[in-house]
Design a protein around this ligand. Sequence first.
Ligand SMILES: [Zn+2]
Ligand SMILES: [Zn+2]
Length: 256
Amino acid sequence: MLIRILGAHSCESRATRCVCILVDDRLAIDAGGLTSSLSILDQQKLKAILLTHQHYDHIRDVPMVALTLYRCRTNVEVYSTPDVLDTIETHLLNGIVYPRFQEIPKEKPTISLNAIVPYKTRIINGYGVLPVPVNHDGITVGYQISDAKRKTIFYTADTGPGLTDCWKCLSPQLLIIDVTVPDSYQKFATETGHLTPSLLSEELMQFQEIKGYLPQIVLIHMDPILEKETTEDIKRISEAFNTPITIAYEGMKLYI
Ligand SMILES: [Zn+2]
Ligand SMILES: [Zn+2]
């Protein structure tokens, strides 16, 4: 399984893009830096987009990719919770902000909106996709993705602490997990549903206790303004666990 990190941050700038993960060039998870990272040809290779929650930094490129695919006369399946799909229909693809690509062209609309059910594995383009609720705004789900060779990743989405129940139903080889701000912003992190390096450390301890191992760990959704301080905190956590903890960056490729 090839995982490409197209967007790794919580803020966009010339050097950073909002979160977007691409699996084997055809399955995207979240649509932050999706279109700005892919050629028109590569956008046409997309088969499905899984959305974790309705915050703008995670859904923003759905209209943009829809326009490309509409112009290229192809289409893509979008999967998320009913709430997120409703937000897209009401606020983005509403015929005012952008065309209702879920209805045009009539014979085969560019976008198909598909509701997922938390804790229910669904086969999407040959991958087993398991949505698992995490601790963020409203209903936010992380996704465990497994391929035919049983290679498995879990992307938490934006999440705060309290993932014990989540760990019980997962067995990833690679964990891509939210760490947005440094330890000095712990109050902000818990109030907004994100992790700091120290909060991550507690979640990893729980994971190790429940599962008996630690997966490969990659951190995502970092605030670029505070990245230096966060990186220093992460070094300490990595040393304490005696395991490499990698920070995601735009263009990163991971093979499992
Ligand atoms: Zn969010
Ligand atoms: Zn976010």
